[in-house]
Design a protein around this ligand. Structure first.
Ligand code: ATP
Ligand code: MG
Length: 507
């Protein structure tokens, strides 16, 4: 009996003029974790959407074998019936349904006699499934009230509930905390020990090296290499990914810190639970040229803080001062007028407009730059958009491509380009490098440095601790509604940061 569970042979997939996959062949062994890595747009998600039946077998060339038998999937149900579950890069739950209904989606247990849905069984089984992934939410909660990380854990619970033979995870940790990531890692290891095979897509190479048995690198729709993890170094993998050597991962340049740009005083933000606040009376400031790291664990209120200052979230109280003068910001429109920019954490919800192309999305926030007195100046718009398009190395046929047709990481770059194009004085970056490849990450860091040099005040949120510590000049850490740590660049360590973020250290 062969030890190969899945074999994909000579897969070629085109989207109109783009060849997303060009004669790709891979094997997946029983009880192994195969990491699939590569730059944004390399073809990772496309390859796995083929395995999961999202793209019907009629839409590509090549064939798939499962345990030596040729299969052809027309729908995701076909793939599920063969024991393949995929956790998608973009969360695909039904937000209007409850947690339990999402877990069971379309297969709620019925009572034998009455054929009514057996709610008790539904909830008991859901509770069990949630416990497996360590997710502490009620099965009756509506999914749209869950945080991004909770939704991600729920997607995982849902997939595991179906007892797959092959589990595909497309950047599962991009929205997870360190603890949740650890939970997931040990879950996946447990699956491997039970003979289940996993394909693990990630831009986080430390995770890949932590968990994978073998690593396959894709570049521009081709397999560049497949190696045993123990036989390769992260530097070599990166080289295969980008096709060149990367000298410095964090090109931080210390720039002179200027005058105070933004000061926030006594910011209090309500939570969903009446009478309870997410943060209370927190105050901080950012100067020109400074990058302030806003730290804390997921759920500590980091995103809420930047959204409240930006006017996209209501606050109980709190004053905002720009260059020492108090201003009233009650909507993102006000904030944009005061030359603030916010790169939101969840690009799907508030990052881009799906019906628009790259150019329209990038120029969305730059009205005064490209709107003449009354008319759009098409030439200027083209020039500015092209600059961003090239600088960020967005992978698409051109700026007229619809954003929905881009790979996840390239969508993120479009949203980033939108804010980089406005002449912002204050930029809030909420997980700016989530889902983007190493090469592009370095580009983002370079752009942050350039902005800092030109006097922009930046507030950065990132769950990737090495990146946060490397790029920021100063840090504040949120925990339990308040600020538990103030650190300088010199005074911070990962340990101190974690102590503050978990409330061990109280300032
Ligand atoms: N629905 C689509 N229509 C047109 N082009 C598409 C579509 N989906 C993907 N592509 C293109 O196919 C190529 C591969 O995309 P894919 O999503 O597989 O990349 P990826 O490796 O998953 O990247 P990322 O790391 O950014 O998620 C890209 O050039 C992308 O723009
Ligand atoms: Mg992808």
């Amino acid at each position: 009996m062969s030890d190969t569970v899945l074999r994909m042979n000579h897969i070629t997939k085109r989207f109109f003029s783009i060849t997303a996959l060009d004669d790709v062949s891979i094997d997946l062994y029983r009880g192994e974790i195969l990491a699939l890595v590569g730059e944004n747009g390399a073809g990772k998600s496309t390859l796995m959407k083929i395995v999961s039946g999202s793209y019907p077998s009629t839409s590509y060339d090549g064939d798939i074998e499962i345990e030596g038998k040729s299969v052809s999937f027309l729908t995701t149900h076909d793939a599920e019936a063969s024991g393949i579950e995929m956790i998608y890069q973009e969360i695909s739950l039904n937000p209007e349904l409850s947690v339990a209904e999402n877990i069971f989606l379309g297969r709620l247990p019925r009572r034998k006699i009455s054929w009514f849905i057996d709610w008790k069984k539904t909830f008991d089984t859901s509770t069990e499934a949630l416990k497996k992934v360590g997710l502490d939410v009620s099965p009756t909660e509506q999914v749209r009230f869950l945080s991004t990380s909770q939704q991600q854990m729920l997607s995982i619970a849902k997939a595991l509930f179906r007892n797959p033979r092959i589990l595909v995870l497309d950047e599962p940790t991009s929205a997870l905390t360190e603890t949740e990531t650890e939970t997931l890692m040990s879950l996946i290891r447990g699956l491997r020990d039970r003979g289940i095979s996993c394909v693990y897509i990630s831009h986080k190479l430390d995770e890949v090296f932590n968990i994978a048995d073998r690593i396959t690198v894709l570049r521009d729709g081709h397999v560049i290499s497949t190696t045993l993890k123990d036989k390769v170094s992260p530097a070599l993998v990166v080289e295969d990914m980008v096709g060149r050597k990367i000298e410095t991962m964090y090109p931080k340049v210390q720039v002179p810190i200027g005058e105070e740009v933004l000061r926030v005083e006594n910011l209090t933000i309500p939570s969903r639970i009446p009478g309870k606040n997410t943060v209370e009376n927190i105050s901080f400031k950012v100067n020109a040229g400074e990058i302030l790291g806003l730290g804390g664990l997921v759920g500590a209120g980091r995103s809420e803080v930047v959204n409240a200052v930006f006017g996209s979230l209501k606050k109980v109280r709190g004053k905002t001062f720009l260059y020492g003068k108090e201003v009233e910001i009650n909507s993102p429109r006000d904030a944009i007028q005061y030359k603030m920019g916010l790169l939101t954490e969840d690009r799907r919800v508030s990052g881009f407009v799906g019906t628009m192309n790259i150019r329209e999305n990038i120029s969305l926030a730059s009205f005064d730059k490209i709107f003449g007195k009354l008319f759009i100046k098409p030439l200027d718009e083209k020039k500015y958009v092209n600059t961003q398009f090239q600088q960020l190395n967005i992978k698409a046929p051109g700026t007229e491509t619809n954003v929905l047709n881009l790979s996840g990481g390239n969508q993120q770059k479009v949203v980033l380009g939108k804010w980089l194009m406005t002449e912002v004085r204050i930029l809030f970056l909420d997980e700016p490098t989530r889902g983007i490849d190493v090469g592009a990450k370095v580009e983002v860091y370079n752009i942050m440095t350039e902005l800092a040099k030109s006097g922009v005040a930046i507030v950065m949120i990132s769950s990737e601790l090495p990146e946060l510590l490397a790029m920021c000049d100063r840090f504040i850490v949120l925990y339990n509604r308040g600020i538990t740590g103030h650190f300088s660049r010199k005074g911070i360590t990962e340990n101190k940061y974690m102590e503050a973020a978990t409330g061990v250290l109280q300032s």
